[in-house]
Design a protein around this ligand. Structure first.
Ligand SMILES: CC(C)(COP(=O)(O)OP(=O)(O)OC[C@H]1O[C@@H](n2cnc3c(N)ncnc32)[C@H](O)[C@@H]1OP(=O)(O)O)[C@@H](O)C(=O)NCCC(=O)NCCS
Length: 172
């Protein structure tokens, strides 16, 4: 059994394991879902992504977690906390990525709000942010529903492309 991290009304978040590879492929090999990441991931890129989360659990005690729908027990997305580089500093970020068929039901915002509480109450963080590509409006809407405001912007280099990103922040 992998470790359960937090629970919300309709969801729980737990650590991912290698057994989640198939569910991750369903999420990350869809071009529309992955447009903010310059397109679908290959099998190798999904495995590297998963390995990176397992390494984060070891190093920090947190990372992107599996989001499980209580009603069915299925993994519908990922949401969690990671350390990210921002203008030469390390910042605590809430990230989210959901399987397309589970969009538009409020699950991402519900999971993100749970992660914000975890950051403030369990990790004792003073602030938490979401770093979002300028074109990614659904993700910005989740940040706003999570009580965040746009504070800053920066060009990030990712998968060989320069991308303008905004940093949405909420303080304790
Ligand atoms: C970012 C992402 C998770 C947002 O998904 P989403 O479905 O728009 O967000 P939510 O799950 O919070 O759902 C919000 C929608 O559900 C609706 N909704 C329906 N039932 C609801 C309920 N019970 N409670 C709350 N909202 C509900 C809201 O009105 C809102 O509607 P809208 O889509 O018309 O704005 C999704 O677009 C995604 O996975 N994108 C690809 C990955 C990505 O870009 N990640 C972010 C990188 S920075």
């Amino acid at each position: 059994m992998s470790k359960i991290i937090l629970e919300t009304e309709r969801l729980y978040l737990r650590e991912m394991t290698n057994a989640d590879f198939g569910a991750l492929c369903r999420i990350m090999q869809d071009n529309e879902t992955m447009y903010a990441y310059e397109g679908a991931y290959s099998h190798r890129e999904v495995q590297e992504w998963l390995d990176r989360q397992l390494a984060r659990y070891e190093r920090y005690g947190f990372g992107l977690w599996a989001v499980i729908l209580k009603e069915t027990g299925e993994m519908i997305g990922q949401c969690g906390l990671t350390m990210q580089q921002w203008k030469g500093a390390e910042v605590l970020e809430i990230g989210y990525l959901f399987e397309r068929k589970h969009w538009h039901r409020g699950y991402a915002a519900e999971a993100a709000i749970g992660c914000k509480k975890y950051a403030f109450e369990t990790l004792n963080a003073e602030e938490v942010c979401s770093i979002i590509r300028d074109t990614n409006i659904p993700s910005q809407n989740v940040a706003v529903r999570n009580g965040m405001e746009k504070e800053d912007q920066w060009i990030k280099h990712f998968r060989g492309v320069d991308m303008l990103h905004y940093r949405f922040v909420v303080h304790k």
